[in-house]
Structures are given as structure tokens and as C-alpha cells.
Design a protein around this ligand. Structure first.
Ligand code: UDP
Ligand code: MG
Length: 158
């Protein structure tokens, strides 16, 4: 199992799309391990977007991400990081394929509704920026028995 950080960005919250975004991840068969409505502080933004600090879009990105609340989600599943990136679609809404979140709900290069960690290292770092260890819950999701093959994929005895 892998965990990844997903953010519903300020545009998603302001446009009333948070529920529909969360549904995309749920209906795919991913498990919610953490959920939080919060404001991204300038301190969190600086750490989260450290790698983009020198890019021309950085000041606008930080302004956007700190302008209004976000919803942080910890999403779990086998291969969750790559699966979530696929569900999100390409970075720019104008390029993102229909059927993806960014392809279906937006057209902007910057107001693109959703963030998802892009590697296991990023997921670990980013989850720690938004969630304390005890806010990430361990529980059995009953539906996993029908989402995965329990013997082949979950390693349970047949
Ligand atoms: N971004 C932007 N202009 C750009 C490139 C990126 O405003 O030319 C913003 C956009 O909101 C994007 C975020 O910066 O989601 C992080 O960029 P990245 O390349 O990491 O894209 P992502 O991983 O979100 O697809
Ligand atoms: Mg990125």
C-alpha cells in the first residue's frame, strides 16, 4: 500500500467541487486515510513548493494557494501515487484529457483544482506538512475485499 497527498486547491473549494473531486478518488477504489479543511500558510507553501522557488510562476502560485482554504486528503491504495496523478490529468487544464479532474473541470494553467504528490519521497515529505502522524488513520476498508483480489493482491490466505 502507498499513501499520497492530494490537495483540493482554493479554486476547487470556491467552485464547490471538493465533493466531486473526493468522489473521483473514492470511486476509483482508493481509501481515505486523512482529511482536513485548512489554510495553506506562507510557511507551508514555501516548504511544499521549495522545488519551484526559482520559477517565474512561483509568486503567483503561492498567492493562489494561500488565498482561500484548501482541503488536504491522504489517499491510500496499491500504486496510489501514480493512480492519483492519472486521475488528475496534465498540469494545464487546457491540455488535460477529458475524463481527468483537470480535463473535466478547468482550463487554466495555474488554477488547476488539485495537487498530487509525484513520487514516494514527495508523498512522505508532503503528508508530513499537512498531517500529524495520529491524523492518518489505520483502519480496515471493507470494500478492499472487492476492489482487490484478496489472494493475489492483498496477500491474504485463500
Ligand atoms: N503552475 C503554474 N504555471 C506553470 C506551471 C505550474 O501556475 O507554468 C502551477 C500549477 O498550479 C501547478 C503547480 O504550479 O499545479 C505546480 O507545478 P507542477 O509542474 O509541479 O505541476 P503538477 O505537479 O501540479 O501537475
Ligand atoms: Mg508537481
Amino acid at each position: 500500500m502507498e499513501r499520497t497527498l492530494i490537495l483540493a486547491k482554493p479554486d476547487a473549494l470556491q467552485r464547490g467541487l471538493v465533493g466531486r473531486l473526493l468522489t473521483r478518488f473514492e470511486q476509483k477504489g482508493l481509501k481515505l486515510a486523512g482529511l482536513k479543511l485548512m489554510v495553506m500558510t506562507p510557511e507551508i507553501a514555501a516548504q511544499h513548493y521549495e522545488a519551484h522557488e526559482e520559477r517565474p510562476f512561483y509568486p503567483g502560485l503561492v498567492r493562489f494557494m494561500t488565498s482561500s482554504p484548501i482541503v488536504a486528503m491522504a489517499i491510500e491504495g496499491i500504486g496510489a501515487i501514480a493512480i492519483c496523478r492519472k486521475l488528475m490529468g496534465a498540469t494545464f487544464g487546457c491540455n488535460a484529457e477529458p475524463g481527468t479532474i483537470r480535463g473535466d473541470f478547468g482550463v487554466s494553467n495555474s488554477f488547476n483544482l488539485v495537487h498530487g504528490s509525484d513520487s514516494p519521497e514527495a508523498a512522505e515529505k508532503e503528508l508530513a506538512l499537512y498531517f500529524k502522524a495520529e491524523e492518518l488513520l489505520e483502519y480496515d476498508l471493507n470494500s478492499f475485499q472487492w476492489i482487490y483480489d484478496p489472494v493475489e493482491e492483498l496477500g491474504q490466505e485463500g
